[in-house]
Design a protein around this ligand. Structure first.
Ligand SMILES: [Zn+2]
Length: 500
């Protein structure tokens, strides 16, 4: 009896110690948000700016991987529209073409020794999925202004960024602003198909010229509202890296033959071998882990959350396994925490009475920073098991995950300072960009690459991205112009943080 009492007391003491540790960790984890003086944003003539954005949306700048000249007239019309809309930009900045229809603007800085910086957006848009035109509240290329929004393909991705950057620079020029370091503004024309003609050409040119940038700010993760569980304030998520991309081609070969005499044992036909391999691969997903950037993101967000979430996320030392298994259940959070495996193509057989000699499948992986495409191939083969009769090779066009940009660097500081100055209750946190951007070509050219769009997105907005009813609200568009103006002032103003 005495023994039981002793054990019970010890357990209670242990439990108490854990509770104290959890409470202490929660209370002692301070906010990582910086306090900055409130910024009075520049005045924006929202209606005039919105109508210029609408005019840009009407130009159907759809890029094509097979035809570099596709929609050339639309790209030329967009260039003319920029020239007509932003006279001060075109009188002061040097403009040149990159890879036909890409545009590079150079805004000469006063300090020739300072490392240049760059902001990016892209001119091209994705097409409308056939048959969905009628689902739009406004015709998809109307650029209509209705119900407080600019509607149409590109209003968000990415003419919103492009036009608001131009509006911001036009306004800064009118106020007499000159950047300390040279500012490049680059608008690719083939981002949606990989950026090989635009962004990659520019990156290679800069490499050849030994141009070294302090940072690039490109489109990227968003200001999320009501998307992160337990966070009541909007959060500006800054993409510090993007995932890699690789498709692995699987091949199973067997003796072709008549279907009246199939192989007598299991897993000997090409289709059966492939099915077994795919099923094992699907069962053996990469583990979901809170590490690296995801860890930084949760550490930054935790102190800003409502109580339960704050306690749980402030104490990952204790709660990590539970949190990981919860996050693994949602496709979007799981994608942040692991290299994803997507079985996307399967081909075998030509007739219903012939055993095929070959079965092929494609598996598309999005590779987490920290993993490599070679590791992905090894993982694939390991999942099949020793001696499996299925081969795995990388398809062309793969890319490794980007490097991870620094938080303690001038570009990130400028983003945080601008967001917090304009919106004191908004949280700024590092994040991971799941899709690809033009910025991925600049890892060797820029010390840091940030992927952030000052676009507000709620739970039902994400499906508009490359989807139906793409739009941007007038108030958000006005904020975007203010963001880029203040960001350039913070990053390139006379008192901006100098790069080391
Ligand atoms: Zn985009």
């Amino acid at each position: 009896m005495k023994m039981v009492k002793k054990i019970l007391l010890a357990l209670i003491a242990l439990l108490l110690a854990v509770v104290i540790a959890v409470v202490a960790k929660t209370l002692l984890t301070p906010s990582k948000q910086i306090s900055v003086p409130k910024i009075t944003p520049i005045a924006v003539d929202t209606n005039a700016a919105a109508s210029r954005l609408g005019a840009a949306v009407r130009l159907q700048t759809i890029s094509s991987s097979s035809d570099p000249e596709a929609n050339a007239d639309a790209f030329k019309a967009l260039h003319a529209h920029l020239q007509a809309s932003f006279p001060k930009v075109h009188a002061t900045l040097k403009r040149e073409a990159i890879g036909n229809y890409g545009l590079l603007y150079t805004w000469q800085g006063t300090d020739k020794t300072a490392k240049p910086i760059a902001i990016f957006a892209h001119q091209d848009v994705v097409p409308i999925a056939p048959g969905t035109e009628k689902d739009w509240a406004q015709p998809p290329f109307s650029g209509a202004i209705a119900d407080g929004f600019v509607w149409g393909r590109g209003a968000w991705d990415n003419k919103g960024n492009l036009m608001s950057q131009m509006e911001a620079i036009e306004t800064l020029l009118a106020s007499g602003f000159t950047p300390r370091q040279t500012v490049y503004v680059f608008f690719g024309h083939d981002e949606e198909i990989g950026g090989l003609r635009g962004a990659k050409t520019l990156a290679e040119r800069w490499k050849k010229e030994s141009v070294k940038l302090d940072f690039v700010l490109d489109e990227g993760t968003l200001i999320v509202e009501g998307i992160l569980k337990g966070l009541e304030t909007p959060a500006a998520l800054v993409g510090m890296a993007e995932k890699g991309y690789v498709t692995v081609l699987l091949t199973a070969s067997a003796t072709p033959g008549h279907s009246s005499m199939p192989p007598p044992s299991p897993r000997q036909s090409a289709i059966a071998m492939m099915s077994a391999a795919l099923s094992r691969l699907d069962d053996q997903q990469f583990p979901v882990q809170i590490r690296g950037l995801a860890r930084d993101m949760f550490d930054t967000l935790a102190p800003e959350m409502t109580l339960v979430n704050r306690v749980v996320l402030s104490n990952l030392w204790l709660t990590k396994p539970i949190v990981e298994s919860q996050l693994a259940k949602s496709a979007s959070t799981a994608a942040m925490l692991r290299t994803t495996t997507a079985l996307t193509q399967l081909n075998a057989g030509v007739r219903d009475n012939v055993l095929p000699g070959k079965a092929e499948a494609s598996v598309n992986y999005r590779v987490l920073p920290g993993d490599t495409t070679e590791q992905v191939v090894k993982h694939t083969l390991a999942a099949f098991g020793e001696g499996a009769p299925v081969s795995a090779t990388k398809k062309e066009g793969y890319s490794e995950p980007s490097k991870i940009s620094r938080m303690d660097a001038p570009g990130y500081h400028a983003i945080a300072k601008t967001i917090r100055g304009l919106h004191p209750t908004m949280v700024v946190a590092p994040s991971l960009m799941l899709g690809g951007t033009d910025a991925r070509h600049f890892d060797d050219v820029a010390d840091n690459v940030y992927r952030f769009s000052p676009v507000r997105a709620g739970p039902d907005d994400l499906s508009r991205f490359h989807g139906t009813n793409e739009r941007i609200s007038l108030s958000n568009y006005s904020e975007m112009i203010q963001f880029y103006a203040e960001f350039l002032r913070a990053a390139a103003g006379p008192s901006s943080t100098k790069s080391p």
